[in-house]
Ligand binder design. Structure first.
Ligand code: ADP
Length: 444
């Protein structure tokens, strides 16, 4: 990360150490912004939703300190009053702290309308605030507002729902167009993290109440995560492109550095393309094709298809199914996709172990038709269980985090359920269960 450390330890700020601030001030202008954005984005996308608030607090603090500002605050519309109220904030000085629930438009009635129209509010000095914006008591007003301020509309699912504001009380400052854009990127990432939290909360509620619309809820959650995932490479690409622009302006550009920055842009683009590729299945326009499917045959096909993968990974892949099974009604390709995802995960789980065994089994259990995929891997880490079906959640260095989200969505769309457990001896078992199949296949 070079000489400019963005992950400054909290302690170095606790006494307002000015040397640290000097060194870090101007983060929104510097070349290290894309690393900052990357870290912000990764930290917010990886966290369980319950921890998002605390993590945003940490980042608000870091942004204030790294840019020598005094306060950062997030506001949202209060559903009861329709006014913008403070949801969370961090201030360098406790006297500037805005209490949660504080109605920001009280001293500045124009503030709500301006932001809700989707415009970023930027002023470098108080005299730039148009007097007509302030209804009365200008002299009192100017004593309390920041000397310089930038407030960016906070968007969720495209709608403005509040603002993310950054204020300087100690001194006036200039905001370059580039730094304004960068604050806007930060607000976009915070917005998508909050959107993910909202979608997960709504999704949890929906799951209890309306299990049949689970797929739609996953779609909402997925869209929120997608926005989050795409914001990061896009902001990084923009930042790198700007760096290239300024390098080209110098008389003798450093070709090596230019090459590095261009290859970063290419990587950012590839990352964005990967995210989109992983979603193709969800965005397919065609409806589920409901035809009678022999699950035994279908799983056998997937196992055959993955035979060379098993060889390549030095793993054994076995398959068992009774000769005749009831048919279920469903979409062949989607069901294959769900089972393929489970088997590929099982291969990943056994990688590096001494016994690399994966087995797929289809059988009838009471009124249910079940498919299990068992592996002899490390077993599911209990810490990942609450999040493993979330889109984009992954513990793998090159994972996409879509395998289980897609599998679960497909299984649910077919009226089934997907569960996972640790095996008594080693590894884990993922089990798909479909209820009450209707027809019997003739025995072969
Ligand atoms: P990805 O495989 O890209 O990580 P998935 O949605 O398929 O995405 O899986 C999410 C996470 O669930 C994995 O990163 C891993 O931590 C956990 N997981 C999935 N399958 C297994 C398995 N068979 N054994 C242990 N952990 C698993």
């Amino acid at each position: 990360m070079g000489s400019l450390s963005l992950s400054v330890e909290t302690n170095s700020f606790s006494n307002g150490a000015s040397t640290t601030h000097q060194r870090l001030s101007g983060l929104m202008e510097g070349r290290h912004f894309e690393r900052f954005i990357e870290k912000l984005s990764i930290s917010l996308v990886c966290l369980p939703v319950a921890e998002i608030r605390a993590e945003i607090d940490r980042w608000l603090k870091e942004i204030v300190l790294c840019n020598d500002l005094d306060r950062a605050a997030i506001t949202q519309i209060d559903p009861k009053s329709g006014k913008l109220v403070v949801r969370q904030s961090w201030s360098r000085d406790n006297r500037l702290k805005l209490p949660d629930g504080f109605e920001v438009s009280r001293p500045a009635p124009w503030f709500d309308n301006y932001l809700m129209s989707g415009q970023t509010l930027v002023y470098s000095k108080v005299s730039e605030v148009p007097r007509e914006f302030v209804s009365k008591d200008w002299n009192i007003f100017r004593r309390y507002i920041p000397k310089s301020n930038i407030s960016v509309p906070l968007r969720m699912a495209g709608d403005v729902v509040g603002s993310v504001g950054f204020a300087s009380f100690r001194r006036e400052r200039e905001w370059s167009p580039r730094s304004v854009r960068r604050f806007e990127s930060v607000a976009a990432i915070i917005g998508s993290a909050l959107e993910r939290r909202r979608a997960v909360e709504e999704n949890t509620l929906l799951r209890h109440e309306l299990s049949h619309v689970a797929r739609a809820a996953v779609m909402g959650q997925l869209t929120a995560s997608l926005t989050h995932q795409l914001n990061q490479p896009i902001a990084a690409a923009l930042s790198n492109a700007e760096a290239i622009q300024s390098m080209l302006e110098s008389e003798r550009p450093d070709l090596e550095e230019l090459r590095g920055a261009i290859s970063d842009v290419v990587q950012d683009n590839l990352r964005a393309a990967d995210v989109i590729k992983g979603l193709r299945l969800f965005f397919r326009k065609d409806q589920i094709q409901k035809i009678p499917v022999d699950l035994g045959q279908l799983v056998a096909d997937v196992v055959r298809m993955l035979g060379s993968d098993a060889l390549f990974r030095n793993a054994s892949l076995t398959f068992e199914s009774p000769p005749s099974l009831p048919l279920i009604v469903g979409d062949r390709v989607q069901l294959q996709q769900a089972i393929l995802n489970l088997i590929l995960n099982a291969f990943d789980a056994v990688e590096g172990g001494d016994a690399r065994q994966v087995s797929a089994n289809v059988f009838v259990d009471g009124d249910c038709l079940k498919v299990t995929v068992c592996d002899s891997g490390k077993g599911i880490d209990p810490a990942t269980v609450p999040r493993m079906y979330e889109p984009f959640f992954t513990t793998k260095p090159k994972g996409m985090g879509m395998g289980l989200a897609i599998a679960q969505s497909i299984v649910r769309a077919h009226g089934g359920s997907l569960t996972a457990r640790r095996n008594a001896d080693r590894g884990s078992t993922f089990e798909i269960s479909f209820p009450a199949p209707r027809k019997e296949l003739p025995a072969t």
